[in-house]
Design a protein around this ligand. Structure first.
Ligand code: ZN
Ligand code: FE
Ligand code: FE
Ligand code: ZN
Length: 274
C-alpha cells in the first residue's frame, strides 16, 4: 500500500505481538507497514502479564517471563527503522483489586504509555471472548454492559493509566441494550474528565460484528463536550492492520468536534493538531 497522505501526522499506539499467542508479526513487521503508510509514530501495547502466582490465568496474554523478549523485539524494530519513533507501551488488564500489581508493572520498564483496558467483567469472564458468547443469551445485555462500565469507571479512577482502550467493548458481537446508551457513557466520561485520562478511538470494532469503531459517535460527542483528550488506534493483531480504518476513525473524531490527538513519550502527554 502506498503512503497515504491522510496518515501523515497520525500515530498508532495499540498494536500487538506474537507473545500474546493470538497476534501475527513481530514489531519489525509492524514498523515496516507504519513507515510505508506514513505514520508519524508507532506504539506497541501487548496484553499485560499477570503475576506468576496467578498463572495460568488465560491463554491470550504475555507471560511475565517473556517481557525481556518483548523489549528486545521493540528494540529490534527501533534499530531497523530509526526514522520512525517507536513507543513502548502495554495494554494492561484492569481488574478490581489488581492496583498494586499494575503499579509493579509500571515500574518494570521505561514505558511511554500504559493503556487501561477492561476485558474481565467477572472472574473467569472476559466479555470479548467468543468462548463466553452464550452469556449474552442468559443475562440481560444491559446488566452485562453495567458490569463492564462499572469496572471501566474504576479503571479510570485508579489513575494508573495514560489512556483507556476500546470504551464500549461489550458491543463487539453486536449486543447493545435498549434505549439511550448515554446512561452508560456519562459516568465514564466524567471520570475521564476528572482524572485527566485520555481514551482511544479503536478501529478494531469496524472489523468485528459491532461494525463500528469503539466508542460510538454519541460517546465521542459527550467526551468532546467534556474536554476529554483522545487518540486514534487500530488494535492491530497483524502488520497489515496498522492504521486500518483510520480514515473512518478520523472522520468520526472530526464530526464530534475534535481538532487534536495526544501523543505519549515517557508517560508525558502532548497534543497535536489533526
Ligand atoms: Zn488481543
Ligand atoms: Fe483489548
Ligand atoms: Fe489490544
Ligand atoms: Zn485490545
Amino acid at each position: 500500500m502506498p503512503s497515504s497522505p491522510l496518515l501523515h501526522g497520525l500515530t498508532d499506539y495499540h498494536t500487538h505481538t506474537p507473545l500474546c499467542h493470538h497476534a501475527a508479526g513481530w514489531p519489525i513487521d509492524y514498523a515496516r507497514v507504519a513507515v510505508e503508510r506514513g505514520l508519524a509514530e508507532l506504539g506497541f501495547a501487548d496484553h499485560s502479564p499477570m503475576p506468576a502466582a496467578l498463572e495460568p490465568f488465560d491463554d491470550w496474554r504475555m507471560a511475565l517471563s517473556d517481557l525481556p523478549r518483548y523489549f528486545d523485539a521493540v528494540e529490534e524494530a527501533r534499530t531497523a527503522f530509526p526514522q520512525l519513533p517507536i513507543r513502548l507501551g502495554l495494554e494492561v488488564d484492569y481488574l478490581a483489586g489488581h492496583e498494586a500489581w499494575i503499579e509493579e508493572l509500571a515500574a518494570m520498564a521505561d514505558w511511554d504509555f500504559l493503556i487501561g483496558s477492561v476485558h474481565y467483567i467477572a472472574p473467569g469472564w472476559d466479555v470479548d471472548n467468543p468462548a463466553h458468547l452464550s452469556r449474552f443469551q442468559t443475562q440481560p445485555v444491559a446488566e452485562i454492559w453495567q458490569m463492564y462500565f462499572d469496572t471501566y469507571e474504576r479503571a479510570i479512577r485508579s489513575g494508573l493509566f495514560d489512556f483507556v482502550g476500546h470504551p464500549d467493548l461489550p458491543k463487539k458481537f453486536g449486543h447493545r441494550p435498549e434505549g439511550d446508551l448515554r446512561r452508560f457513557y456519562e459516568p465514564v466520561i466524567t471520570a475521564l474528565a476528572e482524572t485527566g485520562t485520555a481514551f482511544e478511538i479503536n478501529t478494531a470494532g469496524l472489523r468485528k460484528p459491532a461494525g463500528e469503531c469503539y466508542p460510538a459517535p454519541e460517546f465521542l460527542k459527550l467526551a468532546r463536550e467534556a474536554g476529554v483528550s483522545m487518540l486514534l488506534n487500530s488494535d492491530a493483531h497483524a502488520p497489515e492492520e496498522v492504521g486500518a480504518g483510520f480514515e473512518t476513525g478520523l472522520a468520526l473524531a472530526r464530526e464530534a468536534g475534535f481538532t487534536e490527538v495526544v501523543r505519549f513519550e515517557g508517560r508525558k502527554r502532548r497534543a497535536v493538531e489533526i
